[in-house]
Design a protein around this ligand. Structure first.
Ligand SMILES: Nc1nc2c(ncn2[C@@H]2O[C@H](COP(=O)(O)OP(=O)(O)OP(=O)(O)O)[C@@H](O)[C@H]2O)c(=O)[nH]1
Length: 468
């Protein structure tokens, strides 16, 4: 836990897991909560009873504290000031709210605390982390007001282009394309989402998550940066892989700035060397982006920076953690300084080139990548068959294509359990995106060998011309 804060008017106790800035909370989930009390009756933490809609990777920050832990058997998340057994566990009548950022990470917890629990004695154990509650937060200065989740405001936000942007004449703008390239799994999609503050690209711990280029558009006064998150460049072993690599490579010639992303916690590999050479041949400005600085080097004490530097000539090198949002302002200002003059290329309020249906299908693939092992999630392609806006919910029917009967069995799982798990996690992400309830109907079909079948790739939308 990084801070806590008490809003006495609302009767809410906040636990924060990182330095939040206003507007960073994009979604919420609610779960039963309990207070953990010591022998003096002081609160030293809480227990939140999760279900399997919350997936482990969402809890990375919440579990970062030295005494926080997840009892996986029961889904109990403990947020604690010390490693001690509670003298008493008190049920709270109101559910706790988990605050999620745009990447679906749990960044804070809100507990509705009845007045008798808001006394200095009850809060004494939290005092070292307690900062004053501030309803006019200053960016970077600690606690924020957790306003309504972003989805509530989405419709209004979509309509309104801030007048200060609309008033800037086209000749005063700068705009350009910024390619995020690198081998699989270095954090390109995580960086895109972090820079935009919205989830437009799915992320998973498995390589080759991104299949086609995804554009994310960042518009600030006088400048529009169009980021292109590319599939990780790798040695392909089927037609889909070849297309992924081709699409990634084709973004290089037209990019004004190329961010060559590497994982600084590991030494450069053959793939890093090969991609660096391709980047060197491109005309755009070349930034060496060293991601995952938060992670310890693979060999204790090793410094891989000189080896990465040697891979080419770089305009600039920048160390970041996309995951922890470190170094992003510096990266943005380096990109910004290299943008050519030119009018905005996309509408000022557009943030991605993907529509809601494509994103919804990607959320299903993301959850499959998370829950399924080995090759199965890579053999998945998703089609949206039906999308109907009903009065109380959006009805969505999707088909999940796999390549083999055995994969179908694994995807469905015993008693349908796996499909249910994937569906329920995906539904919750889609609901957050749409800001309304969703009924998600998932079907599974076997399409033998679709990743090597040109016509199947075509009708599944994996065609080069769709992305040029
Ligand atoms: N520790 C740490 N992990 C990170 C960081 N950035 C990304 N990751 C993790 O690295 C994994 C891969 O991230 P992605 O953003 O999917 O990587 P990618 O480069 O887009 O991957 P492909 O789609 O395979 O090309 C995920 O588990 C991320 O959570 C970081 O700064 N620090």
């Amino acid at each position: 836990m990084k801070y806590c804060s008490l809003d006495n008017d609302a009767g809410t106790l906040y636990f924060y897991f990182l330095d939040l800035e206003a507007g960073q909370v994009a979604g919420m989930m609610e779960y039963p909560a309990h207070l953990l009390l010591d022998a003096q009756g002081a609160i030293f933490g809480c227990r939140i009873d999760l279900d399997d809609e919350v997936i482990l990777s969402q809890l990375e920050l919440a579990l970062d504290g030295p005494y926080n832990w997840l009892d996986g058997q029961y889904g109990h998340l403990y947020i604690r000031m010390a490693d001690e057994e509670p003298a008493e566990v008190v049920d709270l009548d109101e559910t706790a709210v988990l605050d999620l950022d745009a990447g679906d990470l749990v960044v804070g917890v809100e507990l509705m605390l009845p007045e008798e629990w808001r006394t200095p004695e009850r809060l004494a154990r939290l005092a070292p982390l307690l900062v004053p509650f501030d309803d006019e937060p200053v960016a970077g200065e600690g606690p924020v007001v957790f306003g309504p989740p972003a989805i509530v405001d989405e419709a209004a936000a979509e309509e309104a282009v801030p007048p200060e942007l609309a008033a800037i004449p086209p000749e005063q703008w700068r705009s350009g394309f910024v390619a995020l390239v690198g081998k699989p799994n270095v954090g390109k999609s995580t960086l895109l989402n972090a820079l935009l503050g919205e989830k437009v690209a799915i992320v998973s711990p498995r390589p080759q998550t991104t299949r086609v280029p995804v554009r994310g558009i960042l518009t600030r006064p006088g400048e529009q940066i169009i980021f292109i998150d590319t599939p990780g460049i790798h040695e392909p072993d089927h037609r889909l892989g070849k297309l992924m690599v081709e699409l990634a490579e084709r973004t290089l010639p037209n990019a004004d700035v190329i961010c060559f992303m590497v994982d600084i916690s590991q030494p450069p590999s053959k793939l890093d060397r090969m991609i660096a050479q391709q980047v060197q041949r491109a005309r755009g400005h070349k930034l060496l982006v060293l991601n995952k600085v938060d992670q310890k080097p693979r060999q204790p004490g090793a410094d891989y920076l000189p080896a990465y530097r040697e891979l080419g000539e770089w305009d600039m090198e920048i160390a970041i953690s996309a995951y922890r949002r470190l170094g992003l302002a510096a990266l943005l200002s380096e990109i910004s300084a290299r943008l050519p003059a030119g009018p905005p290329l996309y509408p000022l309020d557009q943030i991605t080139d993907q529509n809601e249906q494509q994103l919804a299908a990607e959320f299903v693939r993301e959850k499959a990548l998370f829950y399924l092992q080995q090759e199965v999630p890579h053999a998945i392609a998703i089609e949206v068959e039906e999308w109907i806006e009903k009065e109380t919910a959006t009805y969505i029917r999707m088909t999940i294509n796999v390549e083999k009967e055995s994969q179908k069995g694994i995807l469905i799982g015993a008693g349908g359990g796996m499909l249910k798990k994937i569906g329920s996690a995906a539904r919750s992400s889609i609901e957050r995106m749409l800001g309304r309830p969703v009924f998600l109907d998932l079907w599974v079909k076997v399409r033998p060998n679709w990743r090597d079948d040109p016509s199947a790739l075509g009708w599944l939308g994996y065609r080069a011309k769709n992305f040029l």
